[in-house]
Design a protein around this ligand. Structure first.
Ligand SMILES: [Fe+2]
Length: 312
């Protein structure tokens, strides 16, 4: 049984140790303690990283700031930031503050299960996010013509919308990344991480979706009954409870709206074949990233997966 605490997304925020301050001389920077003794020498970018370690910015946010200042691609900047933070950590100049997000209580009847994210997995997902954000032009879109309400659902049912035919707006596939050498390596490592978390996957996993949703983006009601089976989705939301995954419960036809927490979330659910399709749709009011994995072959119907709770 997964508790709400177990599946609360966590993000680490680097925070400077108190009692240390940045000393600037003409050509160099150093960290000095309360009596003025030098603890570490820093170059200019390390000094900047130190100043950004305020316990409020995540590693990705620090990386994005540096990337803008030095005009260096995010993926390359991330390596430098991680190395510098490692040096701070080794010198006991900084600590990682773990922030837990407020999590809604999960319903017993929910068809979605949330998975605990290990720190290692979070690191991979953050690297992926840095890669995706590099060169991504964020634009707010309007998709009011895609009806995610009951009327839109009934229309989709009348038209037997599966996967390929559903309306969507502001959903960007990561096509620009496919030639990036880091892309496939990271995806493979993330897939391996998913397999560690969801231990009863019996078949190979395929990537079912890898996309960014622009703020305002929507994916209309559909079922994926042309490719039924289990899905494991790693999603990232820019702000708390602004994006949702909405589905109609086949048991009672209730429409459930599952608001996503800020940061990374990993969830799993089944998309059954006909006649028990799970009608679902997505709204992103803030920037949203999604990496979805599908079991290659559907072997079980209407059974929630057993989920390991022993992830470190
Ligand atoms: Fe879908």
């Amino acid at each position: 049984m997964i508790t709400d605490t177990d599946c609360t997304p966590r993000v680490t925020y680097p925070e400077r140790r108190s009692g240390l301050r940045l000393n600037r001389s003409e050509h160099c920077f150093s960290l000095v303690d309360q009596i003025g003794a030098q603890k570490m020498k820093l170059n200019q970018s390390a000094a900047l990283i130190w100043e950004l370690c305020d316990g409020e910015r995540s590693v990705s946010e620090i990386t994005m700031s540096l990337s803008n200042i030095y005009e260096v691609p995010l993926a390359k900047m991330l390596d430098d930031v991680v190395a510098t933070l490692g040096a701070f950590d080794a010198s006991d100049a900084m600590r990682y503050r773990l922030r837990q997000y407020v999590w809604r209580s999960s319903s017993e009847s929910s068809r979605i299960q949330y998975l605990r994210i290990s720190d290692g997995m979070l690191g991979l997902l953050e690297q992926f996010r840095a890669l995706v954000f590099d060169g991504l032009r964020v634009e707010r879109v309007t998709a009011s013509d895609i009806d995610l309400g009951r009327a839109g659902l009934e229309r989709a049912k009348a038209n037997s919308v599966s996967q390929s035919t559903q309306p969507k707006s502001g959903v960007l596939k990561f096509n620009h990344l496919y030639d990036h050498p880091k892309y496939s390596v990271l995806l493979a490592r993330i897939e391996a991480g998913v397999r560690e978390i969801v231990t009863d996957i019996e078949t190979t996993l395929t990537v079912s979706l890898c996309a960014a949703y622009q703020p305002g983006g929507r994916m209309g009601w559909h079922t994926n009954d042309d490719n039924p089976g289990r899905r494991v989705y790693c999603t990232w939301a820019e702000t708390d409870r602004s994006n949702f995954f909405r589905y109609e419960d086949p048991d009672n036809n209730a429409i459930n709206t599952d608001w996503e927490s800020r940061g990374w979330t990993i969830k799993t659910f089944y998309l059954p074949p006909k006649p028990d399709q799970l009608w679902h749709c997505i709204q992103a009011n803030s920037l949203r990233l999604a990496i979805g994995f599908a079991e290659a072959q559907f072997t079980r119907v209407n059974r929630l997966p057993a989920v390991a709770t022993n992830v470190a």
